[in-house]
Design a protein around this ligand. Structure first.
Ligand SMILES: C[S@@+](CC[C@H](N)C(=O)[O-])C[C@H]1O[C@@H](n2cnc3c(N)ncnc32)[C@H](O)[C@@H]1O
Length: 247
């Protein structure tokens, strides 16, 4: 990566972050599925199942999955929505290409993928019953701007659920956790890509990310109601949830 020496500088900058993030996800897209299972010790599937369970789907809704990557959450939603439809959106072309290939191989008809930016989505106001995202808010350049755009395309009463790395409340454990992510991320990045920064991005982006409780506050400021946080383990991962107020 041309800008690999500037990880901290790029992640901390609203202007530079997106270019860095998109380029990095292009690099890891072909190995993304493998690395997600490896880095989460297989727990990622369970967290995503809980995220989907929180929507309490009827089966006929229109759902949007943001930063869909290789489509884990999108396809799982598609299986639950026999009479409904799912739209997966991601800014990285390599991710969307992998998702679309899987869709064709599996013959899935109620899923559509879009190459687009969360910060400026190609959808009408109030066009989705619910919105999900896995590891999205930590990656965008402006969390409040993303929440504003998410609220715009969500129908009144619609739920929004976001899974992401979290800030453990205990300060000592948080320090240990962030440093664990630096060490493991550097080793895996070097082994798989010859570049420690590829997965050192996770702790760097986590330091800049406001964390699950500030995100909840931002959601309330943006007009979400019935907000809450479900944490996993000692606060290593969390799901932020809420709904767009009825008009
Ligand atoms: C860690 S992956 C998550 C993939 C998937 N949601 C999952 O849970 O496995 C993060 C994804 O966010 C996407 N992304 C980052 N910034 C984005 C933006 N502004 N708009 C849309 N997608 C974005 C990246 O391309 C990447 O595929």
């Amino acid at each position: 990566m041309a800008n690999k020496l500037n990880l901290k500088e790029h992640v901390a900058s609203k202007e530079k972050k997106q270019g860095y993030v998109t380029q990095m996800f292009e690099t890891i897209a072909p190995r993304y599925d493998f690395i997600t299972v490896l880095l989460s010790y297989g727990m990622d599937r369970g967290w995503k199942r809980q995220l989907i369970g929180m929507l309490a789907l009827r089966g006929d809704e229109r759902v949007l999955d943001l930063a869909c990557g290789t489509g884990d959450i999108t396809f799982a939603l598609g299986e639950r929505l026999g009479r409904g439809e799912v739209h997966g959106l991601d800014i990285t072309r390599g991710m969307i290409e992998i998702s679309e290939r899987k869709r064709l191989e599996r013959g899935v008809e109620n899923v559509t993928f879009h190459l687009a930016d969360i910060m400026n989505m190609p959808f009408e106001d109030a066009s989705f019953d619910h919105i999900t995202c896995g590891y999205a808010l930590r990656n965008v350049p402006d969390v409040e701007g993303a929440l504003r755009e998410i609220r715009r395309v969500l129908k009144p009463g619609g739920k929004f659920c976001s899974l992401d790395f979290a800030h453990p409340p205990n300060r000592v454990f948080r320090w240990l956790y962030f440093n664990y992510l630096v060490v493991v991320g550097s080793i895996v990045g070097l082994l798989l890509h010859g570049d420690a920064d590829v997965y050192r991005y996770i702790p760097e982006s986590l330091k800049v990310y406001p964390g699950q409780h500030k995100v909840e506050e931002m959601m309330r400021n943006q007009g979400f109601v019935a907000t809450g946080v479900r944490e996993f383990g000692p606060g290593i991962m969390a799901i932020n949830y809420g709904a767009k107020a009825e008009e």
